[in-house]
Design a protein around this ligand. Structure first.
Ligand code: EPZ
Length: 432
C-alpha cells in the first residue's frame, strides 16, 4: 500500500506551478474523436484520469503519441468503432463524453455507464434528454448505454437543461458540433472548462457561440480539421494550493493560473483573513495561519466550486468562530468529515449543511482518502496539523493532482510517499 506521510505544522514558502485543468482535459481528449487529422493538445496534466481516457481512445483505435511531458498528438481519423471497451470506461466519470463525441461522429455510440467519485446520486438524464431531443434513441441494455441517431446524423434543436450540469452541457456541445443545423442549449453551465471545450472545438473549425453564458448556440458543421490547442490551467488545483497556504501560513506564488477563474475562491479566503495579490498569470497568497470564520455555499460557476468544498472545510476547521458550509451541488459530499474528526475537528453535518466550530489546532492522525477532493483536503489538514499524519488510498488524489508530493515538498512541506505491505486490498473503483 502506498501512503503519504506528512509531518505537519510547517509554513509553506516558494512557488508552485499549476498544471492543465483535469476537467477540461477529460472532455477535450474525447472531443478529438470529432476531428479529421492530428490534434496536438498542450498543457495536458499528468494524472491518472488523463491516462485512462487516453487509453480508452487508443483501445478505440486512435493514434496517440506523446510529444513531451505535457503534449500529446491524437489522431482519431481512422477509428471505425463506436463501442467503448467496458473495463476502462467504468473507472472514470468522464467516459460519458464518449457518448456525445461518438454519436456526433458516427451517429451511434455504445458506452458503459460512467464511474466516478461517490458524491451521492449522479444521474445522466439531462445528457440523454439532450441526445433524444436531437433525434437519438437512447436505451440501456446488456450493461451498455446504446445511442443511435434515427436519421444517421443528429439534428440541431433547442435543449433546455432542468438543472445546471457541466457534463450535460459539454456532452450536448460535443453531439451538436457535427449535427445538422443549429442547437441551442439553455440554462447551460458556465465553468471555465465549458469555455475551454468550446474554444478547442472552434479552433478545429466548429461554430459555437455563447460558451461561458447560460445560452450556448452551436451551428453544426460538416467537418473539423486538426490543429494545436493548449488546455487552460486547473482552477481547482490552484485553489487547493491557495487553501493549503492559508491553513499552514507562509507566502507562495501560485503560477500559470488565470486569476479571473480563482475570484470565487480568492473572495472567500480574503474574508478569512488571507492576503491574495493577483498578478498577470499568478496569484501570491500570504497567510499568517490565523483564519477567521465565514460561511460558504457551493454553486455552479461563478459561485464557489463544489470541487473546493472539502479543501475550504479544512481551512474552516482552523478558523476562529463558527462557520456554516452548505453543499449546493451534490447530495453527499461530506464523507471526509469522520476523518477530520479524528484530527480533532468540530463538525456537525445535517444533510447538505455542515456547521464547523474552529479549533486552535488539528492533530495528526491515520486518514483514508475517500475521493479526490476529500483526499486533497486531508493533505491540507495534515500539513497544518500538529504531529504526523498518514493518508492512505492516495490513488484517489493522484487522479487529479499532478506531482503533488514534489510540488508541496518544493515549497517546504514535509511530505513523503511510503510504500508498505498491503494492509487491505485497494478494491475501490477509480473515479472522476
Ligand atoms: C463535473 O461532474 C465534474 N467532473 C465534477 O468534478 C464536479 O463536481 C461537477 O462537474 C460540478 O462542477 C468532471 O468534469 C469529470 P454535473 P458532472 O453534471 O458533470 C445533477 C472533481 O472532483 N445532474 O454538473 O458529473 C447532479 O446529480 C469532480 O473533479 C442530474 O441530476 O456534474 C448534480 O447534483 C467530482 N442529471 C448536479 O446536477 C444529469 O443528467 C451537477 O452535476 C446531470 C447532473
Amino acid at each position: 500500500m502506498t501512503k503519504y506521510v506528512i509531518n505537519g505544522g510547517k509554513p509553506l514558502y516558494g512557488t508552485v506551478p499549476i498544471s492543465g485543468a483535469k476537467n477540461a482535459a477529460v472532455a477535450i481528449i474525447p472531443a478529438t474523436l470529432l476531428v479529421d487529422g492530428v490534434c496536438r493538445i498542450e498543457n495536458i496534466p499528468q494524472i491518472s484520469d488523463v491516462t485512462l481516457i487516453l487509453n480508452i481512445l487508443q483501445e478505440l483505435g486512435a493514434d496517440v503519441r506523446t510529444v513531451d511531458r505535457t503534449t500529446v498528438d491524437i489522431d482519431c481519423t481512422h477509428i471505425h468503432n463506436a463501442k467503448v471497451p467496458d473495463e476502462l470506461a467504468r473507472k472514470i466519470r468522464a467516459s460519458y463524453y464518449l457518448i456525445g463525441a461518438l454519436l456526433g461522429r458516427f451517429g451511434s455510440a455504445q458506452v458503459p455507464p460512467p464511474g466516478g467519485c461517490d458524491l451521492g446520486a449522479r444521474p445522466i438524464d439531462q445528457h440523454i434528454k439532450g441526445f433524444a431531443a436531437m433525434g437519438a434513441d437512447v436505451d440501456v441494455r446488456g450493461g451498455y448505454i446504446h445511442a443511435k441517431a434515427r436519421n444517421g446524423r443528429l439534428t440541431g434543436t433547442q435543449v433546455y437543461m432542468d438543472m445546471v450540469s457541466v457534463g450535460a452541457t459539454m456532452n450536448v456541445m460535443l453531439a451538436a458540433t457535427l449535427a445538422n443545423g443549429l442547437t441551442i442549449i439553455e440554462n447551460a453551465a458556465k465553468e471555465p472548462h465549458i469555455v475551454d471545450l468550446a474554444n478547442f472545438l472552434n479552433s478545429m473549425g466548429a461554430d459555437i457561440m455563447g460558451a461561458g453564458t447560460d445560452v450556448i448556440k452551436i451551428r453544426g458543421v460538416d467537418r473539423l480539421v486538426g490543429g494545436a490547442y493548449s488546455i487552460i490551467p486547473d482552477q481547482i488545483e490552484a485553489g487547493t494550493y491557495m487553501a493549503a497556504v492559508s491553513a499552514t501560513g507562509g507566502e507562495v506564488l501560485i503560477k500559470n493560473v488565470i486569476p479571473k477563474h480563482l475570484e470565487c475562491i480568492t473572495a472567500k479566503l480574503e474574508e478569512m483573513g488571507v492576503e491574495i495579490e493577483d498578478r498577470d498569470d499568478a496569484v501570491l497568497v500570504r497567510s499568517n495561519g490565523k483564519l477567521t470564520r465565514t460561511n460558504v455555499k457551493t454553486l455552479p460557476y461563478p459561485g464557489f466550486p463544489t470541487d473546493m468544498q472539502p479543501q475550504i472545510a479544512a481551512d474552516l476547521c482552523l478558523a476562529q468562530g463558527t462557520s456554516v458550509l452548505t453543499e449546493g451541488v451534490w447530495d453527499n459530499r461530506y464523507r471526509y468529515v469522520d476523518e477530520f474528526r479524528r484530527m480533532g475537528a468540530q463538525i456537525q453535518v445535517d444533510g447538505k449543511v455542515a456547521v464547523i466550530e474552529g479549533v486552535e489546532h488539528l492533530t495528526g492522525a491515520k486518514l483514508r482518502a475517500c475521493d479526490l477532493r476529500a483526499g486533497a483536503a486531508m493533505v491540507i489538514a495534515a500539513l497544518a496539523a500538529h504531529g504526523t499524519s498518514e493518508i492512505s488510498n492516495i490513488h484517489h488524489i493522484e487522479r487529479g493532482y499532478e506531482d503533488i508530493v514534489r510540488k508541496l515538498s518544493n515549497i517546504g512541506a514535509d511530505i513523503r510517499v511510503v510504500v508498505t505491505p498491503d494492509e487491505d486490498q485497494q478494491t475501490e473503483a477509480n473515479a472522476g
